[in-house]
Design a protein around this ligand. Structure first.
Ligand code: NAI
Ligand code: DG6
Length: 510
């Protein structure tokens, strides 16, 4: 025996009828007692204070029928999500030049990743092993195969034609789904063409007309229809990146005036208002500044729930790992140059500078907290690092984005360390699994209460999936991949009554 001791009753109280799961279970709820631990540093007194806070986290167990409404249903992400869910639901396989491919959810954190939930200890031999559990099994979650999906698009093309237009999925798969996809047609969409690229005009044949208020009302009717068919609805913006709307909408009154006076607003603001008024979650997968202070406050006042912005799927996710690695290792990352080219409709829209600028902002801010974490390497803050973002539209490569990155660091005694990466990947096949995650987890978060209070108005636990996360503390944003992952997993574990490990391994004689 190497000194390993087993303690019973890790956290919360065990229910005899369900001995494998922590927390108190009854037929409706999981109730977990959780002791939050953190340290507060007082600059004036130069001292650390360890804080322990008791919480009761309650999770409603009943998994609802989830209605998913995509803004941009007929786009590359939208059509790929619908086809991917149908293919998984039906367990389809299809022929490719590399052989038979089976439907899967690879790339989805909830469906394909696991979390460390504890240790297995053999009392006789004292041997120690990690226990990992699928994330989707930590708490009761919606199965994406059960999503009911509709949505809006400015293009009226049915989803079979839209998926073919996207050129993401194999023809043999689409052939098998043809009848089902042909039956799905996007609802007429809200659009302010001035906020997306002019090169998108030729696909806009499915547009709502009317005043701001009339359009919000129509979107609300669409949401109400979905509510009648399902238990809960989530709206996910996966439509074209819009230009920033400036100056920001500062207050709720300002927002109300702009609606009433029929000021030309970007469509995303109208969808978001409709979602807030219907009290359904609104997730923003693109970089535009939909979440103006006045909009967030409106959500707070009306019980709306928001999360965003801009899916963090490939190049940027890698960047938040690389900066963790380099700065975390004490190397002075001094220049990051990120170039990519792609040939899908997203790339076409971003080829107009006004839309690219929105993307440049969300891709550009992701190093800030890593740099701020190290005043030895960065005594002057983020001004002292070169960070460039370039995107080019190259139609021939379609959805298969090419991302080239160069990370140059200053190392020991004046040396230089340059790391380059070259990533080729279908953009939508990386984005769709995380869209599924934010829908699954977003829904779960609406069933969780901490000390009797629901979460919101910002569902910041979804930050893991976004390039430019918003939080309920606008000044406090975490971009680091590993910290975001820890925060999310530890929160899920806490709600399930599983103590997040402190990782010291002291008790195991490590
Ligand atoms: P896409 O251009 O193929 O799809 C967007 C769809 O939105 C199009 O079908 C378009 O007709 C529709 N649309 C435009 N304005 C609309 C409106 N006001 N209402 C309803 N529909 C509208 O683009 P894709 O590749 O599907 O990406 C969607 C969004 O997600 C883009 O903004 C992109 O920047 C963002 N994104 C994509 C990632 C990826 O890896 N694919 C990752 C991060 C963000
Ligand atoms: C080109 O950068 C197009 C963009 O929409 C990105 O593909 C998308 O934002 C994904 O970004 P990233 O940096 O996470 O790969």
């Amino acid at each position: 025996n190497n000194g390993v001791h087993v303690q019973n009753g890790v956290n919360g109280h065990h229910d005899d009828s369900n001995p494998k799961v922590n927390g108190v279970h009854n037929s409706e709820y999981i109730e977990a007692d959780f002791t939050e631990r953190y340290t507060v540093y007082s600059q004036d007194e130069q001292k650390y204070e360890n804080v322990l806070k008791q919480h009761k986290i309650t999770t409603e167990k009943r998994v609802p029928k989830l209605g998913v409404m995509l803004v941009g249903l007929g786009g590359n992400n939208g059509s790929t999500l619908v086809a991917g869910v149908l293919a998984n639901k039906q367990g389809l396989s299809w022929e490719t030049k590399n052989g038979t491919q089976q439907a899967n959810f690879f790339g989805s954190f909830t469906q394909s990743a696991t979390a460390h939930v504890g240790f297995k200890i053999d009392e006789k031999s004292g041997s120690l092993a990690d226990v990992h559990k699928p994330v989707k099994e930590i708490l009761p979650m919606v199965n994406p195969c059960d999503f009911e999906i509709t949505g809006w698009d400015i293009s009226q093309m049915n989803l079979y034609e839209a998926a073919r237009r996207s050129k993401v999925l194999e023809p043999d798969l689409l052939r098998q789904l043809k009848a089902q996809l042909e039956n799905i047609k996007p609802l007429p969409a809200a659009l302010n063409q001035d906020y997306i690229a002019s090169n998108q005009a030729d696909r806009a044949d499915n547009i709502l007309t009317g005043t701001n208020q009339e359009i919000v009302n129509k979107l609300r009717e669409d949401i109400q229809q979905m509510k009648r068919r399902t238990d809960k609805v989530i709206i996910l913006w996966t439509a074209n990146t819009e230009q920033y709307y400036l100056p920001e909408i500062a207050t709720v009154d300002d927002l109300a005036d702009k609606i009433k006076n029929n000021d030309p607003l970007p469509a995303s603001v109208l969808y978001c208002i409709a979602a807030i008024e219907e009290q359904v979650i609104y997730l923003n997968g693109s970089p535009q500044n939909t979440f103006h202070p006045g909009v967030v406050e409106y959500a707070r006042q009306n019980g709306g729930l928001l999360a965003g912005s801009d899916f963090k799927s490939g190049q940027t996710r890698f960047k938040t790992m690389m900066s963790d690695f380099l700065i975390g290792a004490g190397l002075r990352l001094s220049s990051v140059v990120s170039y990519n080219h792609l040939g899908n409709n997203d790339g076409k829209n971003l080829s107009e500078d006004k839309c690219f600028q929105s993307k440049k902002i969300s891709k550009g801010g992701v190093l800030d907290d890593a740099i701020a974490s190290n005043s030895i390497l960065y005594p002057d803050g983020h001004a002292s690092i070169d960070h460039e973002v370039v995107i080019k539209y190259v139609p021939f490569v379609g959805d298969s984005k090419r991302a080239l990155d160069e990370y140059t660091s200053q190392i020991f005694m004046g040396g230089t360390n340059t790391i380059s990466s070259y990533n080729i990947c279908e953009d939508s096949l990386l984005a769709v699994p995380i869209m599924i995650d934010m829908l699954v987890l977003g829904e779960l978060l609406t069933r969780i209460k901490i000390d009797g209070n629901g979460l919101g108005p910002v569902l910041s636990y979804l930050s893991f999936f976004f390039k430019a996360p918003i939080t309920n503390h606008s000044e406090y944003v975490v971009n680091s991949f590993s910290r975001q992952r820890h925060t999310l997993i530890n929160f899920l574990k806490a709600a399930a009554g599983i103590s997040p490990d402190d990782q010291t391994l002291i008790g195991f004689g490590y």
